[in-house]
Design a protein around this ligand. Structure first.
Ligand SMILES: [Zn+2]
Ligand SMILES: [Zn+2]
Ligand SMILES: [Zn+2]
Ligand SMILES: [Zn+2]
Ligand SMILES: [Zn+2]
Ligand SMILES: [Zn+2]
Length: 467
C-alpha cells in the first residue's frame, strides 16, 4: 500500500506474446545445438517433454532412438513437402487425379485436401496442436509446425500458433496466463505451490490486472493465504442456502422440519403443518413462555452446556454468520465504491469551481476513495482468515489490528460523505489527507504483521490447511 512494498511480496516477470515465442525459440535452439537435431524435431521433442530440457537431454543421451520414437519423430526422413505423384490414389478420398500430396517422414501419403481437412478439424475442432499425429492409423509420427504451414489456411495456422503458445505456458508450472479477458500477457513467478500456506503470491499484469498467482483468484486476497481462501469460498458456496434462509426470514419447524416463514413482528409462531406453537427467537415451546422457569434467551445457556447436535450446529452457524456477514458487507461496500467514486468525481468538479484549488490539489479525494477500496478488500479477507483461526493471544492481536483498521475505515468513509462547504474545504482536505495516510498505514501494519506471522508460524488453524 502507498507504493511501499509489502512484506513477503513475490518476484515475478510479465511476458508478452513476442517474449513467449522468443523463449521457445531459445529453448529450441539450445536442444537443436546440443543434440544436433533439426529445429522441427527439437520443437516436437521439447513439447513432448513439456519443455523440461534437462530431462529431455538426459533421456535422449541414454536412448536416442527410443526417445525419438516415443516422441513421434522420424529424424532420418526428409522434411515433408507438397509433391505431385503420377498414378497416386488417395486412400481417404479415392481421388486419383494428379494433384498435390503430402507425406510425413513415415511416408504415409495422402492428398493435400485430405490433410488440410484433417489438420483443420484437429486444430479448430479439437484445439489440438503439439501432438497431432500422422493420418495413418496406428502411426504416431507428429505433424510439425513447418508441415502445418504447408497445407492449412492462414486463420487455421494462426490458431495453431496460438494453441502452441498456450501449451508452452500451460506446461510450465512457473507460468500462468493473465486471467483478464482478451489479455495476452503471461506471468512468470517462481513460487513453489507447496509454500502457498505461508506465501501469498499477488501479481500485477502489464494490463493492470491484479490476481493471485497461487490460486488465480482475481484481485489481491492478502492477508488470507490461498488454502484458506479456497476453503472459505467453498464454505460460502455450500452454505449459501443457509445464509439466504436467514436473510429470507425463514426457519425450520423443530418438530416436523417443514419450512416456516415469518411474515410479521410477532414471535409467537404456529407451524401450519403440525400445529406446533413455538417462539421465533429461541425456537422453544410457546406454552412455556411466560412461566416462571422459562427464559426466552435460553439458547445462550444451552449453547454453553448442552451437547446435543442441533444446538451445536446452530452455534457453529451463528459463528459462521458473524464472519460471513462482515465479509459480505465489505464486498458489498466495494461494489458501492463505484457509486462513491462517481460522486467523488462530481465533488472534485465542485471543489474546483468553488475554490482556487487546482485539479492536482483535489486529488486527495480520489486517493481516499482508492485507498478505501483497497483496504476494504484487505478487511474482507481478514474475516475469512479469522473464521479459521484458533482462539489464542496471536489471534487476539490480529483481531485488535483488524478492529483498529475497521474504525479507521469507518471514519474515512464518513469524511467522504460529508457535504462540501466552501469555507471548510481546506479543513476537509487536511482531515481527509491525514485520515487516508492513517488508513493506509494501519493497513500496512496489519498486512505486514499478518504476512510475517505465516513465516513465523504464528497462525494456528482450527483444521489442517494444506492445499
Ligand atoms: Zn484425399
Ligand atoms: Zn505415418
Ligand atoms: Zn493482463
Ligand atoms: Zn491465492
Ligand atoms: Zn411443524
Ligand atoms: Zn422465545
Amino acid at each position: 500500500m502507498g507504493g511501499e512494498e509489502l512484506y513477503g511480496q513475490v518476484e515475478y516477470r510479465v511476458l508478452s506474446l513476442e517474449q513467449i515465442e522468443e523463449e521457445q525459440r531459445r529453448n529450441i535452439a539450445y536442444v537443436e545445438d546440443m543434440l544436433k537435431l533439426k529445429p522441427e524435431s527439437a520443437a516436437v521433442l521439447l513439447r513432448y517433454f513439456a519443455w523440461k530440457k534437462e530431462k529431455l537431454v538426459e533421456t535422449y543421451m541414454e536412448d536416442a532412438e527410443g526417445t525419438l520414437a516415443r516422441a513421434g519423430i522420424h529424424e532420418g526422413g526428409a522434411q515433408p513437402r507438397l509433391k505431385r505423384v503420377r498414378g497416386f490414389t488417395c486412400e481417404v478420398c479415392y481421388n486419383d487425379e494428379t494433384q498435390e500430396t503430402l507425406a510425413l517422414s513415415c511416408d504415409h501419403r495422402y492428398c493435400k485436401d485430405c490433410y488440410s481437412q484433417y489438420l483443420t478439424s484437429k486444430i479448430m475442432g479439437e484445439s489440438e496442436s503439439r501432438r497431432i499425429e500422422c493420418m495413418a492409423k496406428d502411426c504416431n509420427v507428429i505433424v510439425d509446425e513447418r508441415t502445418v504451414e504447408l497445407v492449412v489456411e492462414p486463420n487455421v495456422l494462426q490458431r495453431y500458433r496460438t494453441l502452441l503458445n498456450r501449451t508452452y505456458v500451460d506446461d510450465n508450472p512457473r507460468m500462468r496466463w493473465c486471467p483478464a479477458p482478451n489479455c495476452e500477457y503471461a506471468i512468470h513467478c517462481a513460487v513453489a505451490m507447496r509454500s502457498l500456506d505461508v506465501i501469498v503470491p499477488t501479481v500485477q499484469c502489464a494490463c493492470g490486472h491484479v490476481f493471485c498467482f497461487g490460486c488465480s483468484l482475481d484481485g489481491d486476497h492478502r492477508p488470507c493465504c490461498c488454502p484458506i481462501v479456497k476453503r472459505w469460498l467453498q464454505k460460502c458456496k455450500d452454505d449459501s442456502e443457509t445464509s439466504n434462509w436467514i436473510s429470507a426470514n425463514t426457519k425450520e419447524c423443530t418438530k416436523c422440519h417443514s419450512t416456516i416463514e415469518k411474515n410479521g413482528g410477532c414471535n409467537h409462531m404456529t407451524c401450519k403443518k403440525c400445529k406446533w406453537e413455538f417462539c421465533w427467537v429461541c425456537m422453544g415451546p410457546w406454552s412455556e413462555h411466560g412461566t416462571a422457569w422459562y427464559n426466552c434467551s435460553r439458547y445462550e445457556e444451552k449453547a454453553d452446556t448442552s451437547k446435543d447436535a442441533q444446538s451445536k450446529s446452530r452455534a457453529q452457524l451463528e459463528r459462521y454468520l458473524h464472519y460471513y456477514n462482515r465479509f459480505a458487507n465489505h464486498e458489498q461496500s466495494i461494489k458501492l465504491e463505484a457509486d462513491l467514486y462517481a460522486r467523488t468525481e462530481k465533488k472534485m468538479d465542485e471543489l474546483q469551481e468553488q475554490s482556487t484549488l487546482s485539479w492536482i490539489e483535489v486529488q486527495f479525494l480520489a486517493k481516499a476513495v482508492e485507498t478505501l477500496g483497497r483496504v476494504r478488500t484487505v478487511l474482507k479477507w481478514t474475516y475469512a482468515m479469522a473464521f479459521y483461526l484458533e482462539k489464542n493471544n496471536q489471534t487476539q492481536m490480529f483481531e485488535d489490528n483488524q478492529n483498529d483498521l475497521e474504525q479507521a475505515v469507518e471514519s474515512l468513509s464518513e469524511l467522504l460523505e460529508r457535504p462540501l462547504e466552501e469555507d471548510k474545504i481546506a479543513e476537509l482536505r487536511q482531515q481527509t489527507t491525514d485520515k487516508t495516510v492513517y488508513v493506509a498505514k494501519r493497513c500496512k501494519i496489519l498486512l505486514d504483521d499478518t504476512l510475517r506471522g505465516y513465516e513465523e508460524d504464528r497462525w494456528i488453524w482450527q483444521e489442517p490447511i494444506r492445499l
